[in-house]
Design a binder for this molecule. Structure first.
Ligand SMILES: [Zn+2]
Ligand SMILES: [Zn+2]
Length: 168
């Protein structure tokens, strides 16, 4: 049998503690880390740069009761809440999640949100009018955004404001 490295042992230990503390959930290795509330399963990636923090973050989503989100801003708020909860849980297991790591993770969501909500017409911040649609309150441009939870965002303009007499 191959001897486990120290970080692997630590990860195994945390997994066992989580299984004991939350006996109704499943913890499964996966390429992607996420919480599935329907099957009450936490998927985590052991090859993540910080697998324990990442795992605890998903536990944070679970403990916070996150099921669904209705908009991008809510998604960002849920991310922040999941980290906040994860920090409390981590403490119980003698683990400290680095705040810089949390900010880095939240920054990637913030940037994603910024890219999505930026009006392709005038550059101001639009409002999410539908799960996959933003509207600019300034120039009335409407654009579509990808539905996916957290993917590279793309924007597709579906309505640009009618131009008044062009004066170039
Ligand atoms: Zn999350
Ligand atoms: Zn605009």
């Amino acid at each position: 049998m191959v001897a486990m490295s120290l970080p692997d042992k630590k990860l195994e230990h945390i997994k066992q503690r989580l299984c004991a503390d939350y006996p109704d959930i499943l913890i499964i290795e996966s390429q992607k880390s996420y919480w599935n509330p329907q099957t009450r399963t936490i998927y985590y990636n052991p090859n993540h740069s910080h697998p324990i923090w990442s795992l605890l973050h998903e536990v944070g989503h679970m403990v916070s009761g996150h099921i669904n989100y209705s908009g991008d801003v809510e998604l960002l708020m849920m991310e922040a809440e999941a980290w906040k909860t994860a920090k409390v849980i981590a403490k119980k297991y003698g683990i400290i999640i680095d705040q810089d790591h949390i900010e880095d993770c939240l920054d990637s969501y913030r940037e994603w949100l910024y890219r999505r909500s930026k009006c392709p017409g005038c550059g101001l911040n639009g409002l999410q009018s539908e799960p996959t649609q933003y509207t600019c309150p300034n120039c009335t441009t409407i654009w579509k955004v990808s539905k996916s939870r957290f993917k590279r965002s793309y924007r597709r303009t579906i309505k640009t404001p009618a131009r008044k007499s062009s004066s170039k």
